[in-house]
Design a protein around this ligand. Sequence first.
Ligand SMILES: [Zn+2]
Ligand SMILES: [Zn+2]
Length: 315
Amino acid sequence: MSSVTADPLASAIVKLDPASARIKRFSALTTMTLPLIGTAAAAWFLWTGTYTTTDLVLFVVMYFVHMGGITIGFHRYLSHKAFKTSPVFEGIMMITGSMGAQGPLMFWVTTHRRHHRFSDREGDPHSPNLHGWSIKARLRGLWYAHMPWMLSDETSKWSVFAPDVLRDRRLMWYSRTYPAWVLTGLLIPAVVGFAVEQTPMSLLTGLVFGGFARIFVANQAAWCVGSICHAIGSRPFDNKDRSANNWPVAAFTFGEGLQNNHHAFPGSYRHGVTWWEPDLSGWLLFGLGKAGVVWDLREPDKATIERKRAMKQAA
Ligand SMILES: [Zn+2]
Ligand SMILES: [Zn+2]
């Protein structure tokens, strides 16, 4: 593995001052634990039959909103500029992405671009492959890449990893108002649950199922992309890293689990290089493109894909 010091962008990974590191750790721990407690409550409500069909519908609908916002908005639009759209649809994507409670969009985009830059090398914020190769070390790496990486006391310089976002006043406003959108994502299912069922209990179960449990399940799936999809799966392309296509993860994350394809063609709006690979966000974007909601969708042509595939076979 090559050293991070060889990369000029390595100096853009900096240590936070103690106060900022504490704030980062506190918000990461809150993001990990509160949804877990909410999921325990949801399990209790399921066990005791204290739920309605409305709660299950709220869970599913909010899961779609959450995953769509993160994968289409934060990832393919914001981090990779895979397509263009109007300010209104951009706003919808940034708000629903923020409801995913994976951190303000500026944290997300800088972390993610750094992940691509240093993929599975020193400097990658969440690689499972930097902890050694014994079974114990690999399991420790998988766990670190899944969640504890968020507790680190370092940050990725905004001006280096996302100067485009930093210049955009509208995007920065969505980033600054992040806590309000997380709260909105919790309140919407609570209010809708109450409006439909008209009982005080439905306010609580709506919050638990459509809010906390949804955040927990969707984020566990999303974090499998950083852990499992850099360890287990197929590798049709040689990306000089451990990124892998993992179909079960891809199914739950609307295509993000096709990491090997994505690292081969990071600027593509599709993560499937064939139409049958599970890439719900890619299929949705194709439809949104036909409807004129998004445009200038970037994707590699067939010849480029085949050339890259042949490079792996020749190696
Ligand atoms: Zn990756
Ligand atoms: Zn990416």
